[in-house]
Ligand binder design. Structure first.
Ligand code: ATP
Ligand code: MG
Length: 411
């Protein structure tokens, strides 16, 4: 390769310029003009700093000049400015040319364009920073969202707690309401039960007065006296039954199911007689369960009252209630309460245990009887109550689990 060929090869593949020792441009190749957007005429005779970028610190040029003046080659990537204000990056090599006397004659600079690389690297760095920022903010946002979720969760828990509490209060109110309704029922029952003995007492007292004023037989007088005491005792027993029923002394105890039935029948005697209801009880063994006798009695009263209402509504002539108690094959206590009052419409049978569900006029029913009965059976006895239509009436089945009972064997 001749020197001219060598020069041509360099000039065609690189950006080449020459300056005199003061930095005045003496030569630029076409590539130089292309990249810096100047014509050759605009460049020749100008100081090389025409392409200098204002961002580049002066110290860098000082190093450049110091290096080349020491006849050393300077290499660096330099940021330059084109005529139209575009930034370009060039990898530059500045070589001092020395004459035969050893003095610097001129400088030759060979560069190649690395703008793309630099911009890409810069862009990459920017993206990296952006990514890092996103990452940081993402972590922060995840933390924020987690906190928010935790707060929401806590709020939700609080609200569930509140709702549960509200429900409890509602249940307590329903319970009180139903007890009040039952109390009203009781009072009318007492009134009914007392009507007969009161008139009996009235008659006997009148008899006693007559015996006394007419100087009657002392034996007759004493008989009337004893009879009055008996009647009063019966009346007092009625009160005792009701008092037990409303006894607020809530200590769970074992009681015989049979006792609960007898007490219910006692309390309801007035109603049972008035509406001519025949109750039969089948029970082959004595069964004790743990709970509140008064509550269990209330369930039975609700059932009898419902049957009574259905008897009246459907004008049943031969009114029968059948109560059967037995242990099923698993040892659970089952109480089947059946009447012959035409049963319950299949369309509503699923709703009868809902609170306030009633087919009766509001002056007759509140729709709480069966709801409360279910609550008592579930909450106090851990059992369940269900209804199904049978033949000419309905059967309510109360099932009380084995572990509720004191004696699991037949007694
Ligand atoms: N033995 C029954 N025969 C026919 N229908 C019944 C019987 N027992 C309950 N029902 C139906 O179930 C409904 C709900 O009964 P529940 O005892 O809960 O309320 P209620 O009797 O209407 O009112 P409350 O008992 O509060 O005074 C009744 O309105 C009635 O339609
Ligand atoms: Mg009822």
């Amino acid at each position: 390769m001749t020197l001219t060929q060598y020069k041509k090869a360099i000039e065609q593949s690189n950006i080449v310029s020459k300056t005199d020792i003061d930095g005045i441009i003496t030569f630029v190749n076409d590539e130089f003009c292309n990249i810096f957007e100047y014509s050759k005429e605009e460049l020749i005779g100008k100081n090389h700093n025409i392409v200098r970028h204002p961002d580049v610190p002066k110290e860098l040029f000082k190093i450049l000049w110091d290096t080349i003046k020491q006849k050393k080659t300077y290499k660096a990537t330099i940021k330059n400015l084109t005529k139209n204000g575009k930034t370009v990056y060039v990898n530059s090599t500045v070589i001092p040319i020395v004459n035969s006397q050893g003095a610097i004659e001129e400088f030759i600079a060979i560069r190649y364009d690395v703008t793309k690389n630099i911009t890409l690297t810069k862009e990459l760095k920017r993206k990296e920073r952006e990514l890092q920022f996103l990452n940081d903010t993402l972590e922060k946002r995840v933390e924020e969202k987690t906190d928010e979720l935790k707060r929401l969760n806590q709020n939700l828990e609080n609200r569930v707690q509140e709702e549960v509490e509200k429900n409890r209060t509602k249940d307590r109110m329903l319970y009180q309401q139903s007890r009040l309704a039952a109390m009203g029922e009781m009072i009318s029952n007492i009134a009914h039960q007392w009507r007969q003995p009161l008139s009996e007492l009235g008659i006997t007292i009148y008899k006693m007065k007559k015996l006394f004023t007419s100087g009657g037989d002392e034996k007759d007088f004493l008989y009337s006296y004893d009879h009055s005491r008996e009647v009063i005792k019966k009346m007092s027993n009625t009160i005792e039954d009701f008092r037990n029923f409303f006894n607020p002394n809530k200590v769970k105890d074992y009681f015989l199911i049979q006792d609960a039935i007898s007490e219910t029948i006692n309390i309801m005697e007035g109603t049972i007689q008035k509406y001519d209801i025949h109750i039969t009880v089948h029970c082959e063994e004595e069964i004790k369960i743990e709970g509140f006798l008064s509550e269990f009695t209330q369930v039975l009263i609700n059932l009898i009252n419902n049957s009574k209402d259905a008897f009246i509504k459907n004008e049943i002539k031969n009114r029968c209630i059948d109560i059967e108690i037995f242990r099923d094959e698993k040892g659970n206590v089952v109480l089947n309460f059946s009447d012959n009052a035409c049963g319950i419409d299949e369309e509503i049978i699923d709703k009868i245990f809902d609170p306030y569900f009633s087919t009766k006029h509001s002056s007759v029913g509140t729709g709480l009887g069966l709801y409360m009965s279910k609550m008592i059976i579930k909450n106090s006895l851990n059992g369940d109550i269900s209804a199904c239509n049978l033949k000419d009436g309905v059967t309510f089945s109360i099932i009380i689990p084995l572990d509720n009972q004191e004696s699991k064997g037949y007694t």
